[in-house]
Ligand binder design. Sequence first.
Ligand SMILES: [Zn+2]
Length: 580
Amino acid sequence: MTATHDTTDPTRCAALYLRRSHKNADGDARNGRSLAEQESELRDLAARLGLFVTEVYVEREGTGASRYSLKARPQWMRALAELRAGDHFRTLLVWALDRADRRGAVEIGRILDEHADGSRRIVGVDGTDTADSRRRLEHIIRAELAREEVENLSRRVSRAKRFRRAEGRWLGGAAPYGLRIVDGHLEHDPETYPTARRIADELLAGRTIWQTVKRLNDDGVPSPRGKSWGVGTVSTLVRSPAWAGLQGIREKTASGRWRHIAEPFRDERGQTVSVGEGVITPGERARILQTIGDRSATLAEGGRFVRRGDRRSAALLADVLRCADCGGRTAQSGAAGKKVYRCGTYGNGRACDGFTAPTAESDEAVSIAFLGRLATLEAGDPLLEAVADAWVARVAPDDIAAREAAQDALDAARADLARVRRLVAAGTFDEADATAVMPELRANVAAAEAALARIPVPDADISPLLDLAQSVPAFFDLPEHERRGLIALAITNVEASRARSRGVRFDPTDRLLITWADGTTSRPSPARVDQRAERIAKVCAMLAADPAVTIAQVAEAINRSPRTARDVLDTARASLADTH
Ligand SMILES: [Zn+2]
């Protein structure tokens, strides 16, 4: 081809449209070519079609979501306008029409209508040809899929990557720590089994999960994720039926959520099913769970895990604490060890009398209220579900991501089906169009449903969180940002009011009002340990004055039930005996 050919005849001329595109989640080649590669292939296509390239439109991509908006495609709009005018060329060559134009079926339908008489064409390396009326349906569907993809793109790209990582896993999910999957069965993993067995031995020796975790970290044993061990990781591990070589199962609750706790699967005869070697035996599993269950139970009775000297928090409530008088956020002041929260408005010298509340006591009171509330929530409580979801996301992000990706794929397949129905309703599709495409879309939905069903339920449950509640030390041993994050899930805000008079001892029940994420409110319990210590001291004084003091007298003096009075009296007697 030389310049002597008639390049003034627009029917023999073509324009190229090039757009630098980002690689999609699948590393899709047609979407990932460089501009030079695109231009070279499009020129080849022009040559095959016997057309002269007279114009090249190059789109400069914007960044972020705006790069998909119409505004960000000025060159595409120019190219389309020129094509429509038809003064210079009647054919526009693109890499793929659904990549070039993502405005959906309505816009593409309009272009297809204009091109139906063959006077204009958009031809793509991907096979697009807008002048081919037999392919109208395909073009429209692809345009709609492209639009859908734009709507979900950023979310789906990141999820799809993680989804692929999870794909093709053994049915039960990743092998639990200490085991590996060989030919579909579990067996000891020579690398990790020794540490896994050490965990089992420590728990069987009666150590708490928290103590076990601490010892692992103290010894510098790397966790499965290569970082430090967490209570959640170990708690999840020991509860996993597979850790005992058992097939596990999770069921959906009536509300459609997955149960947080995996159970050993039982066959029709009620027998558990072995899936190979475990780190522990089923009997050891039962013993460990029994111990953990016992400890969790003590929490549910409330309060007794409180120990002074475990308060290491600094400003845990900085985000949620509010001044009851002015609604202002909180500020902190005070020397180390005597830190206080105070009304930020007051601190700025503005018009609020402001509150002052000791940081350590406030943090502890709210933390204990949080742990206590968590432990008493029934399964299915929305507050527990919210905290649990966040917890599961924290301890099993890959599993969550895989399920979300599969759910996305299913949603997308269902949306495709729904979209065709809408197109039929809008008259864009006739019945024949729909009949041609419906079976495939239905099959896609079925396949996506099956794919979702194959992905293991996240291997994490709420129980680690409840274990955490077994001791305040364990909770306070979490990094502060994690504690803060967990509290923020469950608590909307904490209102702090002023003390009734100066010099009064801080009473969290009187001074703090917690608004929970489910809209309910409550006040933290009194500082139990302090009060108990005070009661014991009081009864010691009574005993010193009158060794024959009665339970009734004690009950009246400390304003508690006879049962509590007896307990306090016994303790006071014992402590006096110790010191004598
Ligand atoms: Zn204030």
